[in-house]
Design a protein around this ligand. Structure first.
Ligand SMILES: C[S@@+](CC[C@H](N)C(=O)[O-])C[C@H]1O[C@@H](n2cnc3c(N)ncnc32)[C@H](O)[C@@H]1O
Length: 458
């Protein structure tokens, strides 16, 4: 139960190595395209992130392939955030204390406890017990997480500041922490995934507890991403976030249809049913789209397998990829079906297309791999719109970044309109900032190139 997939940022699962019409639009100052919407909603979000000086410089680590053992130590950092009660079933959450630009680092958190290959989480439990025996502050910190649901205590931010020691007042508030409560904390807040510590070692399964990030609730249109720099977990704003807005992350892969997201939440043991606006809207369309969307689930797995079978192979003849081809046809059928639904809102359309984007993408990635990475995509309006919808729904994903970079490459090879190539490149840079946070321009360029040579986790 202790696995909550981190949103794929850099090291985990590392790879093989417009509101109305989209088209291209320009904003006055920093040229931008492919408009996306704030919190997946109606408001237009311009692609305006530009590289700024990083708050924490881990360029070398990013450029060296994110080997955990090479990660620089990063001190804990708490950005303009506070914990508040959401006043709904979600309990407490993280909120922005000021306007935050996409790409900003919201927090850096080193693990409270961390183990590898600890399948039943016994060692993690013991590590947590040892921490709370050693320090009253650790006990207070863990207790502040445990207060969730039955008594919603909102802990002061100082609780998570390593430079602030625990005061008498805090000690008086420490509630009882029995074994069951500690296990509940672990079930609700720990997460893990597969990680490669170094090139020479096999991947290990990681289990860990990071305190402050544990207050971030799930959203299917999140505004923040998780990024691992070794053991340190960073939260990066993946959209512009307004003062007092809740900061949310996604516990699942949000570029999947609502039923698959529900299944992922369930299999991760999250213990809640997401009722966000996107889920509600998508559920309301399920019946009308049944014949198109039903086959997606089984085909998705098969298509990903087909895709990965191409990785690293020299391909002489065109491979047969029935699932990829079938999915791609399904995507076109979905587009037609959506056009025929007169009552559909633009938001429903965007979210639905983003949910089924892999149906289109797997075929593109497969063509790219089987062509020896000499893409020749036709960059038509529908493709540009799809990127916009993916970014409006879940900005800052490796998958979208890889796809845009493929289009940049294709545009270069076909020598299409130079402006379109430049625009796509800027969008890729914007997406890269939303994945990795603000980094130096040359580092972003290298990361974008790397994304081109990787097949993202689909
Ligand atoms: C990592 S904790 C987040 C912080 C938690 N809200 C708290 O007060 O401690 C995860 C828990 O928050 C609740 N939660 C998070 N996102 C939710 C959502 N979108 N809908 C319902 N419950 C949610 C669930 O109970 C979940 O098990």
């Amino acid at each position: 139960m202790l696995s909550r997939l981190p949103s794929l940022a850099c090291s985990f699962y590392s790879t093989f190595s417009s509101a109305s019409g989209t088209s291209l639009s320009k904003s006055s100052q920093k040229c931008c395209v492919l408009r996306t919407a704030k919190d997946g909603g109606e408001e237009e979000m311009k692609c305006t992130s530009s590289p700024t000086a990083p708050l924490f410089d881990f360029s070398e680590y990013l450029l060296s392939g994110c080997e955990w053992e090479q990660a620089p130590p990063l001190p804990d950092f708490i950005g303009p955030l506070c914990i508040r009660n959401t006043h709904d079933i979600r309990g407490r959450g993280l909120f922005a204390l000021e306007d935050v630009r996409a790409g900003s680092t919201l927090l850096v958190s080193n693990p409270f406890a961390l183990t590898y290959n600890d399948s039943n989480s016994m060692r993690l439990y013991q590590e947590i017990i040892s921490m709370i025996k050693q320090s009253r502050k650790a006990l207070y910190q863990l207790a502040s997480l445990a207060g969730y649901r039955d008594d919603l205590v909102v802990p002061p931010m100082d609780t998570f500041d390593p430079n602030v020691s625990v005061c008498d007042q805090m000690i008086q508030c420490i509630p009882e922490l029995d074994q069951q409560r500690i296990v509940n904390v672990m079930n609700t807040n720990c997460f893990g995934g597969e990680v490669r510590l170094s090139d020479s070692q096999p991947a290990v399964q990681l289990n860990g507890l990071w305190l402050l990030p544990s207050f971030a609730n799930h959203s299917c249109t999140p505004n923040a991403n998780r990024l691992f720099v070794g053991k340190a977990l960073l939260m990066i704003a993946s959209r512009d976030i307004s003062m007092n807005e809740e900061v949310t992350i996604s516990y699942t892969n949000c570029l999947l249809p609502v039923r698959m997201r529900e299944e992922q939440l369930d299999s991760l043991g999250c213990g809640f049913f997401c009722e966000c606006q996107r889920c509600v809207e998508e559920r309301s369309l399920e019946e009308s789209l049944f014949d198109v969307t039903e086959p997606f689930e089984s085909l998705h797995g098969e298509a990903v397998t087909e895709l990965f079978s191409l990785v690293g192979k020299r391909i002489n003849s065109s491979p047969t990829l029935p699932a990829c081809i079938h999915l791609s046809k399904l995507f076109h059928a979905l587009c037609k079906k959506l056009e025929s639904l007169y009552t559909i809102t633009s938001l429903q359309k965007k979210w639905t297309l983003a949910s089924y984007s892999y149906a289109f993408l797997v075929k593109c990635f497969a063509d790219y791999l089987s062509s020896g990475q000499k893409p020749s995509f036709c960059i038509h309006n529908r493709v540009l719109k799809l990127i916009e919808y993916m970014r409006c729904t879940m900005p800052g994903t490796m998958c979208t970044l890889s796809f845009i970079m493929m289009l940049v490459e294709s545009a270069k090879q076909q020598r299409v309109d130079i402006k379109l190539t430049q625009t796509l490149h800027r969008v890729a840079m914007d997406e890269c900032i939303r994945v990795y946070g603000n980094q130096k321009t040359d580092v972003l360029h290298r990361l974008m190139e790397e994304a081109l040579h990787s097949i993202p986790y689909l």
